[in-house]
Design a protein around this ligand. Structure first.
Ligand SMILES: Cc1cc2nc3c(=O)[nH]c(=O)nc-3n(C[C@H](O)[C@H](O)[C@H](O)COP(=O)(O)OP(=O)(O)OC[C@H]3O[C@@H](n4cnc5c(N)ncnc54)[C@H](O)[C@@H]3O)c2cc1C
Length: 429
């Protein structure tokens, strides 16, 4: 009889694990507590699914220590972006690479990614049980059982669900329950609780790839502004990261890809009660060298303009207005009346606009989590070192990547490796 591989969680890593295990002859069942699998895949890349990235992976991932980072890089050499593209090509999905190395389906539709995964599951006979919540795991000498709450929707009210308890036997179990980010898609953190019960430790998961909340009443006035700029993250006064690109200002703080890229460092630092500040350069252009020379002569040429009008020649009007107010320039005062000294101060502020970061936005807004089960607690095939026959994959583990397809790459790679090992019993002890 074929080995029974049970996959808890039908997200990116779970679907990949199921397909790789089934292709190698295992009898596979996915247990998914939502009413359908792969809900988060549909949300990725703004509905376009940036499914991997062809660039060098070094420096694109975070984990708690150097050994773990090396484990991540080793994994992504074993199953790299090219293998991900081959995998999808094999399932009938053509992909294209963009200038930054990001890979998308040719049609730029996330739904097609899920469609090909589901169709592969159908073809390979993978059983998908939805509305099925994994609540406990009981390991035995060989394999074990999974306790499941099965929900059934009633005909009268589609929102009302009746539940019953069942158990499912496994020879190998793959925990692919994701983290806590975007819980609407099903990842509610129950994977961490289960891993703890199995003897694993969990590095506290925090929101990552997320907007940052900042102090400053002026954010209300800046809401909706998009500006090209540079953002530096300062932790206890020292620069920890710097990103460039389109910044989005909101009524509570900052957003946009550059903010997302450094958000996990801010999230962890705030959690560790460290001081977090952002220094935003709204004028990171060559013209700054002219601006630095701003003197009475140059100011004189624009003396008829109001200070706000003058600054609005370089930055968004709303930013110009906020900076003038911060420097204490009387509304409507001209450049001539304001004087070169204060205009210089405005420019200095525009090139290093300091704000205190108070918190990341909550998990509901985050794309991924940082933290999770330490990589040292699983072997090279992602089998638990605490509990035999159980594998942990995807976001449940302590690995998070920056934006650009790196997080899905981690999900496909860990799913593929664990699914293969689970089916072939490569790590039989
Ligand atoms: C808005 C958004 C956009 C993103 N865009 C990108 C992108 O373009 N590129 C990229 O690389 N990454 C992107 N990501 C991140 C990426 O989606 C995740 O890193 C990846 O989906 C993680 O895969 P996973 O399988 O580990 O977990 P998940 O995809 O979260 O899957 C976990 C599954 O387990 C199920 N589950 C949880 N608990 C239980 C339980 N107790 N019983 C049964 N089932 C359970 C959940 O319902 C879910 O289906 C994005 C994330 C978000 C939220």
């Amino acid at each position: 009889m074929a080995d029974r591989v049970v996959v808890a969680g039908g997200g990116a890593s779970g679907l990949a694990a199921a397909i790789f295990a089934a292709e190698r002859g295992a009898s596979v069942t996915i247990l998914e507590h939502k009413d359908r699998v792969g809900k988060k895949i549909l949300m990725t890349g703004n509905g376009r699914c940036n499914l991997t990235n062809m660039s060098d992976v070094r420096g694109k991932y975070y984990s708690s220590d150097t050994d773990s980072l090396n484990r991540i890089y080793d994994t992504l050499v074993r199953f790299d972006a090219a293998k991900t593209r081959d995998f999808f090509r094999r399932l009938g999905l053509y992909t294209k690479e963009k200038r930054d190395g990001g890979v998308y389906p040719v049609s730029e539709q996330a739904s097609i990614v899920l469609d090909v995964l589901r169709s592969a599951c159908d073809r390979l006979g993978v059983r998908i049980r939805t509305d099925c919540e994994v609540t406990a795991v009981r390991p035995e000498r060989n394999g074990g059982t999974v306790c499941v709450t099965q929900y059934v929707r009633t005909d009268q009210d589609p929102h009302e669900r009746k539940s019953s308890q069942t158990v499912v036997k496994y020879d190998r179990l793959i925990l692919a329950m994701g983290g806590k980010a975007a819980p609407v898609s099903g990842s509610d953190g129950s994977g961490y609780a289960l891993a703890k019960k199995l003897g694993h430790s969990v590095i506290e998961p925090l929101p990552a790839l997320v907007q940052l909340r900042c102090s400053g009443a002026f954010f209300k006035a800046l809401s909706g502004v998009r500006a090209q700029g540079e953002i530096r993250l300062l932790i206890d006064g020292a620069e920890a990261a710097c990103e460039e690109g389109e910044l989005q200002l909101t009524d509570y703080g900052v957003s946009g890809i550059p903010v997302f890229q450094l958000s996990r460092l801010a999230s962890r630092a705030i959690h560790d009660k460290r001081q977090c500040e952002a220094g935003i350069n709204f004028i990171p252009y060559d013209s700054i060298s002219d601006l630095e020379k701003m003197d009475d002569g140059i100011c004189g040429a624009f003396s008829h303009k109001t200070a706000e009008e003058f600054l609005a020649g370089m930055v968004h009007k709303k930013i110009a207005a906020v900076v003038c107010k911060q420097i204490g320039i009387t509304p409507g005062a001209t450049v001539g009346q304001t004087g070169a000294g204060k205009i210089q101060k405005c420019l200095k502020m525009l090139s290093d606009f300091r704000v205190r970061i108070t918190a990341p936005n909550p998990f509901e807004h985050a794309q991924v989590c940082c933290g999770g089960v330490p990589l040292g607690e699983v072997d090279e095939n992602f089998m638990s070192r605490r509990c035999r026959d159980i594998y942990l994959v995807g976001e449940l583990l302590d690995c998070d990547g920056i934006c650009g397809g790196y997080n899905l790459q981690w999900a496909w790679a860990t799913g593929a490796i664990a699914g293969t090992a689970a089916a072939l019993r490569e790590d039989k002890r």
